[in-house]
Structures are given as C-alpha cells and as structure tokens.
Ligand binder design. Structure first.
Ligand code: BTN
Length: 249
C-alpha cells in the first residue's frame, strides 16, 4: 500500500471526509489523502460535529478500496495507527476507547470516522477520517468540550512535530491496512485490545437506545463487536447499537 503518496493539502474545507468521498467517486486511487488546516463543517460519528479550528489539529481522510466487504475492523485499524504514530513521535501512550476514540488521561484527543460506499456487496470505496487535537491549550477548547477534550500539546507540554506525526501515521496506516487486506483479523484485534482503555474483566455499564445493561467486558471480536458477559452468556454489541459506555467504578 501507498498511503499518502498523493496528498491534497487544503487550507480550508467543509469536511475532508466529504471531499475524499467526492474524489473517490471521481476515481481517485487508493491511498489518496485529503488534509486541511481547518474544517468548517467537520463531522463526527452519530451525526455529531467535529470541532476543527485552523492550525490546531490534524484533520485528514484516506481513500481506501478494500476487496473485502466486511469493513468493521477498519476504524480499529485507524485507532491502532494513531496510537502507534503518537507514541513514536511524542512518547505519549494514548488509549483507545472502543470503537472510535483516541484518549489521553481520560479525555478525548482524537476521533475516527469511517464511511463507505457499496455497489451491491462490493465496496466501491471507504474513507477513513481521522481528527487529532494537536495544538490546543486548555482554554482553546469551546466551553462544551473543555471538560472532556485534550490535545497532544497538553499531553506533551510542548508542540508536536505535525509533519513527522503525519508521516508516522501514514506508515502505521500502511502496515495495519495491509494486515486488514490480508485478513489478519486476530492480529488487528490483539493490537487494538493492547491499547484499550477498558481492561478485560472490568464491570461496565452499556447504554443502548432502549436498554441499559451491566456486564463483564471480555474484549472485542473479529467483527469489531464488544463482547459483554452477562448471566453466563456472551452478548455481542455492534458500535452502532451503543449510545455510551460507563467503565468507572
Ligand atoms: C468522532 O470522534 O466522532 C470522529 C471524529 C472524526 C473527525 C475527522 S477530522 C477529519 C475527517 N473529516 C471529518 O469531517 N471528520 C473526520
């Protein structure tokens, strides 16, 4: 794979994911990256917005054309790549909160938005969107994010080398996307679990649309589902089913 061989670097755009999807529809090759210094309508998961002010974060989207149709491990691939690249560039060990969050010190440092288009059962393209808070000081976050967000600058107590981080991220994405293409699901799940914020065996509370359940967290399965043991039974939960997870004592 050659992630980042072609990079569209923009000063501003609404959402790098939207632009990447348009480029993918127009035939852009696999591995093409769209990055912007700011996004005016950055998007998060579950219809949320993603705060993406100028120069303060890394906002990028990668176009992929996988031949497999089960894409459920792709967001996990991006999470592992973020954790490895951040570790390499800054020495900071972030944690991953299933399925899309990059967390440091209990606060959100980044997020992943994976979107795809299918023709029948075949994947036309997938877009992996990654947003990392890099340069914010605590007071830079809007009031509604101030208690829950953090940045790499806050974690490192100095600014990070953005270009080095980008290169490290592309290299790590390359490695883990290759593992994905080769069907090395167990390896991906194990690497993801090694960065997880919730330890296996922990009692967690999961909120679904119409139901709350408490059970023991047993890990992630090969379809990226959360495995919860409750009353002696394994319950498998898809990311889309879950509104929130409470894992504090
Ligand atoms: C989340 O945690 O909800 C996911 C956030 C994903 C944000 C990134 S920034 C680059 C790409 N473009 C977008 O509009 N969103 C993703």
């Amino acid at each position: 794979m050659n992630i980042g061989t072609i990079i569209h670097s923009l000063s501003t755009c609404a959402s790098t994911n939207d632009l990447a999807k348009r480029l993918a529809q127009e035939g852009a090759v696999e591995g093409t990256v769209v990055t912007a210094e700011e996004q005016t309508k950055g998007r998060g998961t579950k219809g949320r917005s993603w705060h993406a002010p100028r120069g303060q974060g890394l906002y990028l989207s990668v176009i992929l054309r996988p031949r497999r149709s089960d894409l459920s491990l792709l967001p996990l691939v991006a999470g592992i790549a973020c954790a490895e690249a951040i570790r390499e560039v800054s020495g900071i060990a972030v944690r991953l909160k299933w399925p899309n969050d990059v967390v440091w010190n209990g606060r959100k440092l980044g997020g992943i938005l994976c979107e795809s288009e299918f023709v029948g059962n075949r994947v036309k393209f997938a877009v992996l969107g990654i947003g990392l808070n890099l340069d914010q000081k605590p007071g830079d976050f809007p009031p509604d994010l101030r208690k829950t967000a953090t940045s790499l600058r806050i974690a490192m107590r100095r600014g990070a080398d953005r270009e080095k981080l980008k290169r490290g991220l592309f290299a790590a994405l390359d490695r883990w996307y290759s593992a994905f293409c080769r069907g090395r699901k167990g390896e991906i799940v194990r690497a993801y679990e090694a960065h997880l914020i919730i330890p296996k065996g922990k009692l967690i509370k999961v909120a679904k649309e119409k139901e709350k359940m408490t059970g023991t967290f047993c890990g992630i399965d090969s379809r990226a589902r959360l495995v919860l043991k409750k009353d002696g039974r394994d319950i498998l939960l898809f990311p889309a089913e879950i509104l929130s997870i409470d894992y504090n004592d």
